[in-house]
Design a protein around this ligand. Structure first.
Ligand SMILES: [Cu+2]
Length: 139
């Protein structure tokens, strides 16, 4: 009789734990993508698939957008959606100015830089001479 009474609260606790774990499993996957899209879509520059090929150069589609206007103290993000390495290096091809340099960015990885002074900033990819972009920073 005593054993039966002790088993009932244990069963209730197990049922509650299972219930909580199922609620969490449903909740997390729905929440995560929404947060990422809202945070990153405005100041995100994409290195799209096939930007390792010269074809993107003439159309200015190696960095999308290749010209971006930012506010002072805005952090700009670059994401490599290609399957090849790329870089985001300030300056002109073969002539880096040393302000920022991502190094080689792996596929699906990001780089960011916060612009604190107004001006026009050119950047390029050290691996692909046809990849060029520009950031204008305004007050
Ligand atoms: Cu590149």
């Amino acid at each position: 009789m005593n054993k039966k009474i002790a088993i009932i609260p244990s069963i209730i606790i197990v049922v509650i734990i299972i219930g909580i774990s199922q609620v969490n499993l449903e909740y997390i996957p729905e929440q995560t993508p929404e947060v990422e899209i809202v945070e990153e879509i405005e100041n995100m520059i994409i290195m799209p698939i096939k930007s390792a090929r010269p074809d993107c150069g003439p159309n200015d589609e190696c960095y999308v957008p290749s010209y971006y206007v930012a506010k002072i103290d805005e952090t700009v993000y670059w994401i490599n959606e290609d399957s090849a390495f790329h870089s985001v290096t300030s300056g002109q091809q073969e002539n880096p100015d040393g302000l920022f340099d991502s190094g080689h960015i792996d596929p699906d990885e990001k780089f960011s830089y916060t612009f604190t002074e107004p001006g026009v900033y050119s950047y390029y990819c050290t691996l692909h001479p046809w990849m060029n972009g520009m950031i204008k920073v305004e007050r």
